[in-house]
Write a new protein. Structure first.
Length: 289
């Protein structure tokens, strides 16, 4: 009895867990994805020079990376690297989210603030970035293994010669089908954990795992509109590839701004009693030029 009495008197060592939000469904029509794209275009045309400069930077970095692949004889991962761009895209677009956020708040927008973004979650956004980079590298390694499974240890014939092989041979068609399925799984997972988590970490004080979990839950419970949005992203990125990536100069900023509006449309008005923290009073007093 004494032992039982002592156990009853022990204080709890784990705080009570608050109610968990489960209202992930937003009842958004599929056409809402096009309204996000329209809003992204509106942000793009507001101070368009900033978004264009951002797009030029993304284009230049992409060209440098592709040039490096050819320079160091790694052109065999060119196609996986292009698809890996979609995996890392949400992180690269963080400066565009910041511009859209500032336009919403009516605070000044500069290229410096878009490049040197101050996330409200601090370094948590880096954790998501590391995970996305690891996913991209894992996909590129998987693509190399798939090529070896279908064609053996034959040397890569080169970018110009690989397309006829992929399209005109049974092995090539099999590689395209299997590679698209496996790559689609990588892309779907990366899309689900990052499409809302990166804007959320910029906008709120939370941790990376919580943000990624909420992002995945939101995507899963709103599949029709998110599938439509994912299709828009893939189609526009495909058009950019067709233009030799020049289209990224416009397409990437528009998609980045639109993703921010997708996040603001899908986020809850109040999340577990969390209060929105405004920017510094000095910034709020400034009037955008």
């Amino acid at each position: 009895m004494a032992a039982t009495r002592n156990i009853d008197m022990l204080p709890p060592v784990v705080p009570a867990v608050g109610a968990t939000r489960t209202d992930w469904r937003r009842h958004m029509p599929t056409a809402a994805a096009f309204s996000w794209l329209k809003a992204g275009w509106r942000d793009f045309t507001t101070h368009p020079g900033l978004s264009l400069l951002y797009g030029v930077l993304v284009f230049a970095i992409s060209i440098v990376i592709i040039g490096g692949l050819f320079r160091f004889g790694r052109d065999y991962i060119l196609l996986p690297a292009l698809s890996g761009f979609l995996v890392a895209g949400p992180l690269i677009a963080v400066g565009l989210y910041e511009k859209s956020r500032r336009l919403e708040q009516g605070t000044p927008v500069t290229l410096g603030r878009m490049i040197f973004v101050r996330s409200r979650s601090g370094g948590q956004i880096l954790f998501v970035g590391v995970l996305l980079c690891m996913l991209a590298m894992l996909w590129m390694r998987a693509a190399v293994l798939l090529y070896a499974l279908f064609f053996g240890l034959l040397p890569f014939p080169g970018v110009h010669d690989i397309m006829p092989i992929l399209i005109g041979t049974p092995r090539g068609l099999g590689l395209i089908i299997v590679g698209s399925l496996i790559g689609g799984l990588f892309a779907a997972f990366a899309f689900a954990i990052s499409v809302f988590s990166v804007p959320m970490l910029l906008d709120r004080r939370t941790d990376a795992l919580t943000a990624m979990g909420e992002s995945m839950a939101t995507v899963w419970n709103n599949r029709p509109v998110m599938l439509c949005w994912g299709a828009i992203v893939v189609v526009l990125f495909g058009l950019s590839v067709v233009t030799g990536l020049l289209g990224l100069i416009v397409v990437f900023p528009v998609l980045g701004h639109a993703t921010w509006h997708a996040y603001t449309a899908m986020r809850p008005a109040v999340d577990l009693g969390e209060k929105e923290e405004p920017d510094s009073p000095a910034e709020l007093r400034e009037v955008p030029s």
